[in-house]
Design a protein around this ligand. Sequence first.
Ligand SMILES: [Fe+2]
Ligand SMILES: [Fe+2]
Length: 210
Amino acid sequence: MRSLAIRHRGNEIRTGAAVAEIPAAGRVFPTRREERADKMIGTRMQAALNGQITQELYASQVYLSMCAHFEGEGLPGFAHWMRAQAEEEREHALRIFDFVNDREGQVSLEAIDAPPSGFGSPLEVFEEALGHERKVSGMIGDLYRLAMDEADYPAQVMLQWFVNEQVEEEKTISDIVDRLRLAGDDKSALLMLETELGQRTGDPETGPAG
Ligand SMILES: [Fe+2]
Ligand SMILES: [Fe+2]
């Protein structure tokens, strides 16, 4: 019977084993990322980034729910802005998804909570969006701190993009909140903002811009 001697990264991992004894799947050394001890991402970082993928997808659901609300209110400009924001959050999730894969980690998708519904006025909706973004900024800060504790430099570089993005998102939404407060009960000011937000277009680098 023919025997095998396989070297992988300098270690002889199977010597003299008969071909007939190779597991049915044909694996003679761990190829599945979960089983590999030498992958480039740490277990804690991988788990935390998988959690953030879920959070970004949840954010996407929140904005899509806000989009549905505005559609129902007959405010297509606000709805358009929220839909673009939902797509941007999905892009964020995929950015982390790609990073985990590029680092030979294992992406594991989790259940996404149902988003809120039954929103109030445009001002209340955007205030809620701002509160949500501030929470996400906190999460990104926690991830960055973990990347520093773990001396995971690639994760730090990747997360710097998110740190900047959160500054941008908080500013964009905070500006809209300010303008909605200024508009108050003035319907024509509200409709002017409605038209403006309806013109939101995509940005080649970051997806749809605010
Ligand atoms: Fe995001
Ligand atoms: Fe966001």
